[in-house]
Design a protein around this ligand. Structure first.
Ligand code: MN
Length: 253
């Protein structure tokens, strides 16, 4: 049993090694992870410059690329055979609702799912500006519950599991809930500054504001102390809108 572990926070993130350690109970663990933080890189691939993999130990590599690069390179180039399972995380920060479209953590799992492999992304729901303690042990306890379920029953084709865990001590975790994605709002902040030559430059991105109050969706549940597990498919087609769109755009089809 080969298990490939990656992340988007970088090879030296403690969440990566906590997850790898939890995975050791289920198989031989390989780590292929970015050398630097790649959060919010989504599913980006490095096609215009060379990738270099630096060995950090037995079956341990850091790569000067994105999370999706790491999974691609790990599966097709570095490992001694295909993995049976791919894990991503544990991310320092949650990936709830629409976060999954920006997330490098989720993209690493998605890249694996494209090749037909079962994959799970793990994230710890915390306030990056306020929380000083990361309860990785709570996330890895949830991982020890999720991994055997995936190994025993598999997942549907091109499907990954998106798991978010509240940043609380294990005895404060209320349990695990299988649920849908919700929707998250951030401050749409633009910070304008001036460089030493008088030219404007910008920082984009703001703090978390709120989750939409969608009953039993992932954000509100995770805020309420539940670990959430959402199955995500590679096909985001809105099937309920196919017929109305055809009627408006191409009635002959
Ligand atoms: Mn990250």
């Amino acid at each position: 049993m080969r298990i490939l572990v990656s992340n988007d926070d970088g090879f030296d993130s403690p969440g990566l090694h906590a997850l790898a350690q939890a995975a050791e109970a289920f198989g031989t663990v390989w780590i292929v992870a970015p050398e630097r933080e790649q959060s919010a890189q989504s599913h980006s691939l490095t096609l215009q410059s060379p990738l270099r993999a630096r060995k950090r130990g037995d079956r341990r590599f850091q790569v000067n690329g994105t999370p999706a690069d790491c999974i691609y390179l790990g599966i097709h180039g570095l490992m001694d055979g295909p993995p049976d399972l791919v894990l991503s995380g544990v991310n320092r920060g949650s990936n709830l609702g629409n976060d999954v479209h920006y997330s490098g953590t989720v993209a690493a799992a998605r890249e694996a799912s494209f090749t037909g492999l079962p994959a799970v992304a793990f994230s710890l729901h915390l306030d990056p500006s306020a929380d000083t303690v990361c309860h990785w042990e709570t996330a890895t306890d949830v991982a020890r519950r999720v991994i055997p379920v995936v190994l025993d029953g598999g997942l549907p084709q091109r499907t990954l599991l998106n798991v978010n865990v509240p940043n609380v001590p294990l005895d404060a975790l209320r349990g695990v809930r299988v649920t849908t994605l919700g929707h998250r709002h951030y401050e749409n902040r633009v910070t304008r500054r001036e460089d030493p030559w008088g030219r404007d430059y910008y920082w984009i991105g703001g703090a978390h504001r709120a989750f939409d109050a969608i009953p039993d969706s992932d954000g509100p549940l995770c805020e309420a102390g539940w670990a959430t597990v959402t199955p995500l498919h590679s096909d985001p087609t809105l099937t309920s809108f196919l017929a109305p769109l055809r009627a408006r755009l191409s009635p002959e089809s």
